[in-house]
Ligand binder design. Sequence first.
Ligand SMILES: C[S@@+](CC[C@H](N)C(=O)[O-])C[C@H]1O[C@@H](n2cnc3c(N)ncnc32)[C@H](O)[C@@H]1O
Length: 253
Amino acid sequence: MPHRGGQTHFGYQAVPLAEKQGRVDNVFRSVARRYDLMNDLMSGGLHRAWKDALVTAVNPPKNAREFAVLDLAGGTGDVAFRIARGGGPGTHITVCDINPDMLAVGQERASQSGLDRVVTFEQGNAEELPYPDRSFDCVTIAFGIRNVPRIEQALAQVHRVLKLGGRFLCLEFSSVDVPGLDALYELYSFQVIPRIGNAVTGDREAYQYLVESIRKFPKPKLFAAMLETAGFRRVSFTPMTGGVVALHSGWRL
Ligand SMILES: C[S@@+](CC[C@H](N)C(=O)[O-])C[C@H]1O[C@@H](n2cnc3c(N)ncnc32)[C@H](O)[C@@H]1O
């Protein structure tokens, strides 16, 4: 969360606001090629179920009705491909991410799986989206918002690019509140994940940042209030897996 004096956090480290994005970009440049494998290893495959719940909420039309989705901070396209497979011929997904290395992996996957007409990859910053007002029926962001330095600014941009009646869905790590599970989760996050990260990507620091940034992200009620401040209506959230993640929802009405 931004602090007075233009400071914020990169994981647990206090850093100038202007420095955070560069550090985040280094993390994802370093792990891009192993990013999807790491998600499977770290979550024991659970990220697939969380993303499927997101796609169910997106509910892309099965028919030819035009449905434009923006998958923000969409990285290697995992969420976009799932939406593409769930939708009909009118569904199109734009993956927008700031990191060219993550996008390059996604673009290759789209070509290999024949989804390159349905999913388009574009470089852009969530804080200054390169799209006109009211362009999308739905905006999704999975495990992305906590990496953005100015979260309020990104939420205002999402609201701006949504059509009236459009929905914003945000999947993000949350706070575990099940006694017993919380201690286990803490141990797993700080003792196991950086070690797996080191073994698979050679970058322990990147995964140390990922677990610390999860702890620094606002609690779900506070994040829901941030959505309301950005102008979203009918704001709600659904905790999953004992609060490990939450699916946040808000509408532009
Ligand atoms: C943890 S990954 C999530 C990727 C994908 N959504 C998924 O669930 O597999 C976070 C992504 O956020 C992107 N990101 C970070 N800051 C961003 C910004 N300011 N604007 C757009 N994307 C950003 C990173 O480049 C990275 O690809």
